[in-house]
Design a protein around this ligand. Sequence first.
Ligand SMILES: *Cc1c(COP(=O)(O)O)cnc(C)c1O
Length: 378
Amino acid sequence: MIPGPTPVPEKVLQALSKHPIGHRSKEFQKLVESTTKNLQWLHQTQNDVLTITGSGTAAMEAGIINTLSRGDKVICGENGKFGERWVKVAKEFGLEVIKIDSEWGTPLNPKQFKKILEEDKQKEIKAVILTHSETSTGVINDLETISSFIREHKTALSIIDCVTSLGACNVPVDEWQLDIVASGSQKGYMIPPGLSFISISQKAWEASEKSNLPKFYLDLKSYRKSLLNNSNPYTPAVNLVFALDEALKMMREEGLNNIFMRHNKHKLAMSNAIKALKLKLYADEKYLSPSITAIKTEEMDAEKFRKIIKDKFDILLAGGQDHLKGKIFRVGHLGYVNDRDIITVISAISNTLLYLGKISTEEAGQALLVASKYLEIN
Ligand SMILES: *Cc1c(COP(=O)(O)O)cnc(C)c1O
């Protein structure tokens, strides 16, 4: 139960194990056509959605290098490990970064975006780059509000990492007019790692005409050109596309709202059970990510705690990154996760706390009762 790679359904595994087919065949073109349509459905957009062979970082890097030019001024939101990564990428490509940050565990403040964007009368800011669900801390940023300020600025593009929000909570790309949205197969898509997805607005395509940053494999114009023919510029990960087709069909069967509601109830069951166990949430409770719950262990070593859970229950939880190593652990509840998984992981955490003498049997039982209430199974 880490926030990626996430569990893969049997049907998707079976699709993966098929013999690869020619990527220039009619059969493969049909797959590209259907997966592209379903990706647009998932993104709630009419924009182009391109599939790239590479992890989520490839899609984010592609978004940046296809729309911007050396020396361009951009705002980067940074309140965790992934926000930090986008600052590094932007600087690596010679962009001038205005950083808006906040303490890890707290959300970015939309008013800071508003202020800087409103003061930019010369329209020097070319893009706003940020992470929607910050996987390292379990915080979700208020993208709806921040994107409204980007729209008011009119010229700046939004380049958004939705790797652990897309397919978990509502990200209406057209309604919020998001220009670039990046995501990855091993997160909400229920597919192994290896593919990433990027949706691109008309405004972003216009910006791409002026972009002078170097690119070849990630030049999105070549992907767009190939897509007109339901094809790819280079050999794609054919078997992962089989898997994608199957996973997207499963998502369509479940329906967008059901998917969002399932993630929401798992988030509520996890976070409230954690509180019943007298542990503290790392993230601001009003901004909990639908996909990851980060938990403080205070005087307990989080790495030892994780090891006990792995050894006793064979459940892998994620640790803290950088300065949070040993201080927090993270439970991923993203993608192919059901009520049983949530009840099981809560039981494993309660049992371990009981075993360590941290809680009473009543408190252990209370956590399950609280979780059952949110799962609506009692
Ligand atoms: C997993 C993840 C990524 C992508 O990381 P890759 O290892 O390149 O797939 C980007 N952003 C967030 C928020 C993530 O959780």
